[in-house]
Unconditional design. Sequence first.
Length: 437
Amino acid sequence: MDLALLMFPVLLIAIFAGIPVAYSLMGVSLVFGILRFGDKAVFQFVTKVQDVSGNYVLAALPLFIFMGAMLEKSGIAERLFEVVHLWTRRLPGGLAVGTILMGVIFAAASGVVGATETVIGLLAIPIMMRHNYDKALISGTICSGGSLGTVIPPSVLVVILAPVADVSVGDLFAGILFPGLIMAGLFILYILGRCILDPAAAPYVEPEGPEPALLEKIGKTVIAMVPPVILIFMVLGTILLGWATATEAAACGAVGSIVLTMLYKNFSFGVLVTAFRQTLLITVMVLTILLAGNIFAGVFIASGGLGAMKSVLAAANLGDWGTLALILFLTFLAGFVLDLVSVILIIIPIAIPIIKIMGFDPIWFCILFLVVLQTSYLTPPMAPSIFYLRGISPPEITLGHMYRGVVPFIALEIITLLLVVFFPSLALWLPSQLIGF
């Protein structure tokens, strides 16, 4: 048992030494597997390869990634931003509010976090800079709006998390929907309140040209919104209603993204090849880490690591809620140094059996886990969302602006987490209502 517990510190040493996460996981698993089981460890590794390659749910992964890659190039985001701005431009901080709404819509259409932040950032930053918005507010809005792809279905992370946690993808999509929308709503309320109290943070600029008539605004909105709404229903709606599995819905979404790109006249052979290449690279990376994480968890559990962890937690006498808080805190810390997929594959296989023993609902725990992951994704100094922003922002927006800008949004994410902790029905009501479909 003691040998199994040594796997984690050795893994961390390998990662901090600069060895890629997948190779660190595989290398540590190989060494400890041979030390514990000898040549028999090889058979366990082969079994894990078969488990991952035969997992039907994971077939949805490259399809979702392809859908996000195509939507990024379709031109749909530009039209959505213009339409959303029609309705929000007279609000305090209207551009920032519209950016959050764009984050919700694009996250629901693509499910890929990096793509969401990049697309809305490239659209919103120049306009907000031109209108003299506070640079910290710009930074916080782009980072938080882009990160909604973690907790707004159909999140790619959910597709990865569900089979690892042995829960239904549809139930997890349904469970994360309300917390994700609550979080987005809190972001919007904060922006409105901040800009009312401090108008200099988002100076009001009289819209150029006359205000469009109501029917004209509705017409433009319908034209811009119908295609993405249909796409969202094809993917998310069919899963929640039980009409299609995650893989079938992802295939419909992939085809729909190609059709949308054609409709917006941005389709070309080069665009298709670029999307295929991006899909291939991301899928191979994720599946390699996924396989390595499965092998690591298999060796750890077979070596008696789970029993050792239970003994350590029992000796610590933290109680059920204390243990839950510790797991979430370790998840938050891991999110600082590892990519989100790696955190899922290292933490979840160990945490889920413990969570079940303590009597907590695994769907509820997975929602908490995703909210914590998103919070770590946004939290300095290692925040991936800030790294994305640095790649697309002008030099006038400094790292200091970014760090200051995300702090209020981190606080709102913690509030969302506490709401789900104290009101579990926010995560569990919708899955329970959809069981009959």
